[in-house]
Design a protein around this ligand. Structure first.
Ligand code: ZN
Length: 344
C-alpha cells in the first residue's frame, strides 16, 4: 500500500495540464468515484488494526495532497470554457430582441398635452390621495349634497365628512390647488389617474385617466371655451370633425355642458360605437362656478374662467376602436404590441 502511495505521489507531482480536458482525465483517474484513491480506501478496509493506525493518517494526507494539486492546476487554467477563435462562427444570426412600445393611453395623453401646449397651456399635477376640501367642498359639493353620490368614492379615512381622506375621484382637485397657490391668469391642463369605486367591466373600471383643463382670466367667456375645444377636436380627430354642446350639470361649473363629436368610426352614418346616433360624447365642460373661484380666493367679479375634463380611455377608444376598458390594464403583450408603430 505504501509503495502505491509513493508511486502515485510521484506521478501527481510530475503531472501538468495545458487544457481542461487533460485535467479532467487526471481527476477521473485519481479522484473519481472509481478512481485510484477510492481503491486505496477500499483496500484500507481490509488491513489489520495495526496497519489501520499507521495508514489512516497517511492515506488522508495523500488524498488531501491529490485534491490540492487538482485545485492548483484548475486555478492556473482559469475558469470557464476555453474558446478558440476558430470555434466562433460570425456568420450565425444574432439573438433578436423585441422593440418596446408606448402604452396607447400614454400616446393619447401625450398627444392631448401637445395640442394644448401649442395653445399656451402648461401641465399641472397634484396628489392622488386627497382631502375632502380639495376633492369636494372647494368644488361646490356641499355636505349631504346629492352630487357627491355622482361619484363613488374610495375613502381612506372616513371622518365626519369634512376631514375625509380619499383617492381623488377627478383631477379637478389639482385645479383647486393651483388656484389656491397662485394668482390669475391660469391656463393649465391636469393629466392624471383617478379612482371610482365601481365594479370592473368592459365599460367601467375602478381607476382611469383624465385630462382636465382650466383657463381663468379677465373676460373669459363661453365662446372662448367653445373655440378652444373645437380647435382641440380638429387637431386630435382631424379636420371636419363636427362638434355639438348639450346643456348638462356639474357642481363646479355654471353653465355646464357636455360635448359630443361626430362619430369617428362611422363618420356620422351610425354604428354600434355611437349607438346609431352618429354622435359620441367625449367631455364635460362649463364656466367655472363663481363659488369655486371665491373658495380658492379669487375675485369672481373680476375674473371668469372655463374648465373641461375628459377621460383619456374614452378618447383612446374612439381613436383606436377599443371596446373593452380592461385591455388597458391587463398588460397583454398581444394588445400592447399593436401600438409599436406609434413610437415617437
Ligand atoms: Zn358611429
Amino acid at each position: 500500500m505504501q509503495s502505491k502511495i509513493d508511486q502515485y505521489t510521484e506521478e501527481i507531482k510530475a503531472f501538468t495540464a495545458a487544457k481542461a480536458d487533460e485535467l479532467e482525465v487526471f481527476r477521473i483517474k485519481f479522484l473519481g468515484t472509481k478512481g485510484l484513491i477510492k481503491d486505496l480506501f477500499e483496500e484500507f478496509k481490509t488491513v489489520g488494526p495495526e496497519e489501520k493506525r499507521t495508514f489512516g493518517k497517511v492515506l488522508n494526507q495523500f488524498k488531501q495532497f491529490a485534491e490540492g494539486r487538482y485545485n492548483e492546476i484548475k486555478e492556473s487554467l482559469g475558469s470557464g470554457p476555453q474558446v478558440k477563435e476558430s470555434d466562433i462562427d460570425l456568420t450565425l444570426p444574432g439573438d433578436g430582441f423585441e422593440v418596446g412600445s408606448r402604452h396607447p393611453l400614454s400616446l393619447v395623453r401625450n398627444e392631448i398635452i401637445d395640442i394644448f401646449k401649442r395653445l399656451g397651456f402648461v401641465v399641472a399635477e397634484g396628489p392622488e390621495i386627497e382631502d375632502d376640501w380639495h376633492n369636494f367642498s372647494a368644488l361646490n359639493f356641499p355636505q349631504e349634497h346629492p352630487a357627491r353620490d355622482m361619484q363613488d368614492t374610495f375613502f381612506i379615512r372616513k371622518g365626519d365628512g369634512t376631514d375625509d381622506i380619499a383617492l381623488r375621484t377627478h383631477t379637478s382637485s389639482v385645479q383647486v390647488r393651483m388656484m389656491e397657490n397662485g394668482k390669475p391668469p391660469f391656463r393649465a391642463i391636469m393629466p392624471g389617474r383617478v379612482y371610482r369605486n365601481e365594479a370592473i367591466s368592459a365599460r367601467a373600471h375602478c381607476f382611469f385617466h383624465q385630462v382636465e383643463g382650466l383657463y381663468v382670466d379677465e373676460n373669459v367667456s363661453f365662446s372662448d371655451l367653445k373655440q378652444t375645444l373645437y380647435h382641440f377636436v380638429q387637431e386630435l380627430y382631424g379636420e371636419g370633425t363636427k362638434v355639438r354642446f348639450r346643456p348638462s350639470y356639474f357642481p363646479f361649473t355654471e353653465p355646464s355642458a357636455e360635448m359630443d363629436i361626430s362619430c369617428t368610426i362611422c363618420k356620422g352614418s351610425g354604428c354600434n360605437m355611437c349607438k346609431y346616433s352618429g354622435w359620441v360624447e367625449i367631455l364635460g365642460c362649463g364656466m367655472v362656478d363663481p363659488n369655486v373661484l371665491e373658495n380658492c380666493g379669487i375675485d369672481s367679479k373680476k375674473y371668469t374662467g372655463f374648465a373641461f375634463g375628459m377621460g383619456i380611455e374614452r378618447i383612446t377608444n374612439l381613436k383606436y376602436v377599443i371596446r373593452d376598458l380592461r385591455l388597458f390594464s391587463e398588460n397583454d403583450v398581444r394588445f400592447l404590441k399593436q401600438f409599436t408603430t406609434d413610437i415617437i
